[in-house]
Design a protein around this ligand. Structure first.
Ligand SMILES: Cc1ncc(COP(=O)(O)O)c(C=O)c1O
Length: 339
């Protein structure tokens, strides 16, 4: 049974060893560690990573380290910190015997949907995982494998260009969101998400509507600004108050946002200026199956596909570390969040 350990914006969405220790029991068997993180963009420093790795080694806890955003880290900006990804086995070489590294081409090479990834770890663990996987999904198709090899071995120029664009967008979206009274925005050091804490917007009236949760706020932003954000409830407890907004797909909104004054404005107007409608629609199309969304013009649609990184399933990819306590009859395997 997974045990979730949460960290808020006040600690840059990063848990401490003390928090992990408080959640640990005799049955704790696996730690899922995601840095840089989806959806917060937080990056653990080398020291923080080392402390967590040493804690896991000390207690014989396996680590599943998802490093899929390892190439997407950014320098510090005037107002916010940057990040440098440190692999947990680099920080704590002794952890290698009980660590499974997870990686893939989806993020660095913008190959989301190709579904090509890999694991690196102790041979016996990888063999067992291979046995399980062969019964679940047979194999990755040959075309996708060839494409992944080309991405990994070919020129990296375009990947660098993506990264520069993500960094520009990161800085712009953080700057714009920071102008909104009631929004707190830690600067993400990696990945391509911004995860503002919107607690300060709740309980306030916007056009006659008073959202009390981030889910209600997300609905309001969708209805009134036609911008889709993923409410914090998708990633945490019901009272989490954060909206995730992908910065990877925001293309050229500098032109429309450049004219916005520096003084704080109501969230609806700023966000409307700062986002392309096409971008919002792309995210809407990626909502989980069965969820009906309505645009401001009253059109309804029920999307049928789930997009990577935009799921609002309670199991969607980690905003936090997950720890698994083994139940009496289970092994050390862990269920991955819904990727
Ligand atoms: C942390 C993390 N790991 C893994 C993945 C898997 O990516 P894919 O299934 O597109 O290869 C994602 C996708 O959003 C992610 O955020």
């Amino acid at each position: 049974m997974p045990v979730e350990v949460f960290a808020g914006a006040d600690q840059d969405y990063k848990v401490t060893v003390e928090q992990l220790e408080a959640a640990r029991t005799a049955r704790t068997s696996v730690l899922v560690f995601v840095s840089p993180s989806n959806p917060t963009g937080s990056v653990y420093t080398a020291e923080e990573t080392r402390a967590i790795g040493e804690w896991a080694v000390e207690h014989g806890i396996w680590i599943i380290s998802d490093e899929i955003y390892q190439n997407l880290t950014y320098p510090s900006t005037g107002s916010g910190t940057g990040g440098t990804a440190t692999s947990i086995v680099q920080a704590v070489p002794d952890a290698a015997g009980q660590t499974i590294l997870v990686n893939g081409v989806a993020k660095t090479y913008a190959m989301t949907g190709w579904r090509v990834g890999w694991m690196v770890g102790p041979a016996d663990a990888i063999k067992v995982a291979g046995n399980l996987q062969s019964h679940l999904s047979s194999n990755v198709n040959n075309v996708a494998q060839k494409a992944a090899i080309a991405a990994l071995n070919g020129p990296q120029t375009e990947a660098e260009q993506f990264k520069e664009a993500f960094d520009r967008r990161r800085q712009l979206i953080v700057a714009e969101l920071s102008k909104i009274d009631g929004v707190r925005v830690p600067t993400p050091g990696g990945a391509f998400y911004v995860y503002p804490d919107v607690q300060g917007l709740l309980g306030r009236s916007w056009g006659g509507v008073t959202p009390t949760t981030s889910l209600e706020l997300a609905d309001l932003i969708l209805e009134q600004a036609e911008v889709a954000v993923v409410p914090g409830e998708a990633f945490g407890p019901p009272d989490t108050c954060a909206c995730r907004t992908p910065s990877a797909t925001t293309s050229s909104w500098r032109a429309s946002s450049a004219s916005s004054a520096c003084s704080p404005e109501p969230a609806r107007r700023v966000i409307r200026r700062c986002a392309l409608r096409e971008n919002a629609r792309n995210v809407l199309r990626a909502q989980p199956e069965g969820r009906t969304v309505r645009s401001r013009r009253g059109q309804s649609s029920t999307p049928t596909s789930t997009g990577s990184g935009c799921s609002s399933s309670p199991n969607s990819a980690c905003t936090r570390l997950r720890m698994k306590r083994a139940s009496s009859d289970s092994s050390a395997a862990v269920a991955f969040p819904g990727w």
